[in-house]
Ligand binder design. Structure first.
Ligand SMILES: [Cu+2]
Length: 277
């Protein structure tokens, strides 16, 4: 990713950052924007120049021209060449945007040597090595993330997704109620979250950071507050977060079970008292 594109990200280009798919999208966008700028300046330049050069003057008679075969073939072929060029470049870029690459780290967070292969045909499985699969569930008006179980621990989170740097994260995106749309611009394209469907996408944060996004499909009156965030952290920090989150969830469950038990006990006692009276 050229540094200049990085700087322009969010200004004239789509936001992009540490994930290759987002960068490929930004590069495609930049290429098409550059070509469109050349065409725009050419057309508008000619228009203004002709307006000045051939404007009405006293005693001047307009020439009557009927068609110009060479010119017409020229601009038809020119436009076709531009379209073919854009198509070819898009298809060259597309696999890098769609298919997740291998992780830079293994399941325990150690760096792996050659993680540059891009050979996936199946969106769900990076070609080799570790991956982290998270189920993203859109709900009015919050994002819920279900993490894979690790040693019997259950982990989920809302709004902020914590992931390890260098790990290919595959997302199974769905919704509970109405259609939402998952989009963290710096980490790649947006993906619809539709009840009853699972859409797949991925990202790999090459550097740590906090990447913000928002539900990108009008989903109700509180749509504007349906934020999503991804926090990419070193693997150790991720593992600590995962364990703490699992412990917190377990503690809340235990607490809930205890309270339920107390409540049941109280009810039983009350019933017994009522009977004895
Ligand atoms: Cu929404």
């Amino acid at each position: 990713m050229p540094a200049s594109l990085h700087i322009l990200g969010g200004l004239v280009l789509p936001e992009n950052g540490p994930s290759k798919n987002a960068n490929d999208i930004a590069e495609l966008y930049a290429l098409i924007l550059a070509m469109a700028t050349v065409v725009f300046l050419g057309v508008e330049g000619c228009l203004i120049w002709f307006m000045v050069r051939f404007k009405a003057r006293r005693g001047r008679v307009a020439a009557q021209i009927h068609g110009n075969t060479r010119l017409e073939i020229g601009w038809t072929v020119g436009a076709a060449v531009i379209l073919i060029f854009i198509t070819v470049v898009t298809f060259i870029k597309l696999p890098g945007i769609k298919n997740p690459p291998a992780s830079d780290i293994d399941a325990s967070g150690n760096r792996v040597a050659s993680a540059t292969l891009l050979a996936s045909t199946d969106q769900t499985s990076p070609p080799k090595g570790a991956k982290l699969n998270i189920v993203v569930d859109g709900q009015q008006y919050v994002w819920r993330y279900q993490y894979p179980r690790q040693g019997g621990k259950e982990v989920f989170a809302y709004e902020e997704m914590v992931v390890p740097v260098g790990m290919t994260v595959t997302l199974d995106i769905t919704a509970d109620d109405v259609a939402h749309s998952w989009w963290i611009p710096e980490l790649g394209g947006k993906m619809d979250a539709v009840p009853g469907y699972v859409n797949k996408t991925w990202f790999k944060a090459d550097e740590p950071g906090l990447f913000r996004g928002q539900c990108a499909e009008l989903c109700g009156r509180n749509h504007a507050n349906m934020y999503g965030r991804v926090r990419a952290v070193p693997f150790d920090e991720y593992q600590r977060w995962y364990d703490a989150q699992a412990a917190g969830i377990q503690a809340a469950r235990d607490q809930g079970a205890k309270q339920r038990k107390q409540l049941q006990q109280q009810q039983t006692e009350a019933a017994q008292q009522a009977q004895s009276q």
